[in-house]
Design a protein around this ligand. Structure first.
Ligand SMILES: [Zn+2]
Length: 218
């Protein structure tokens, strides 16, 4: 009789322990997702604040897009237009992601839409520095993306974003403001990668564009 009571007490204690474990773990998960949400909102707020401080209107970016196309197609511009364009470019210059993100410019795989490769792969030594191609705000980072491993995404505030994949270590976190040429990560082979290299994507208004059309500053 006495031993049966003991067994009952032990079973009840085990059940209580299980319930407590479940309750505390979901509480922690909730806390974690709340703080992640908070960080996202903070990053968004910072991006908006910076945009406002730059007085970048959607008209400005639309105009810039047209001018970029004009430059690429080498259309003739009047003297006034050209001056206006140059002034505009001066204002935005540091945000344009035109700086090579690695010291070496060895492209091991180019922009090949037919191969589903909408980026440049820069061959580099492991631990080489990865530089921000333009000034902006770190929009997001990851450490275990299935394909790209450790990654950084920069919002350049004028319609451009750049993405850096297969990194060894990230040196920045979401919300950080970076200047053009600032070290943001080191070269690695995280994710699906057989040799150390940087997978570098330039996004303009949600579309991946050929990085070769914009990279010029060594
Ligand atoms: Zn790649």
């Amino acid at each position: 009789m006495k031993s049966r009571t003991t067994i009952h007490i032990i079973i009840i204690l085990i059940l209580i322990a299980i319930v407590i474990t479940i309750l505390t773990s979901t509480g922690e998960n909730r806390k974690e997702s709340n703080s992640l949400k908070k960080e996202d909102t903070a990053v968004q707020a910072k991006v908006e604040q910076l945009r406002e401080s730059l007085l970048i209107s959607s008209d400005d970016t639309a105009n810039l897009e047209i001018k970029f196309r004009a430059e690429q197609e080498q259309l003739n511009m009047s003297r006034d237009e050209l001056e206006q364009y140059q002034q505009q470019l001066m204002k935005y210059r540091k945000y344009v992601p035109d700086k090579f993100p690695t010291k070496t410019h060895i492209i091991s795989q180019g922009y090949l839409p037919e191969n589903n490769h909408y980026a440049y792969d820069f061959a580099a030594a492991k631990y080489d520095t990865i530089f921000a191609a333009g000034a902006g705000v770190i929009e997001s980072t990851a450490v275990n993306d299935r394909v790209y491993g450790t990654t950084v995404l920069i919002d350049h505030l004028i319609g451009f974003k750049t993405f850096y994949g297969h990194n060894d270590v990230n040196l920045v976190k979401p919300g950080d403001v970076v200047e053009k040429g600032q070290p943001i990560a080191t070269v690695g082979m995280s994710g699906k990668s057989t040799a150390p290299h940087l997978h570098f994507t330039v996004i303009y208004k949600t579309k991946s564009i050929d990085p070769g059309t914009i990279l010029k500053n060594k």
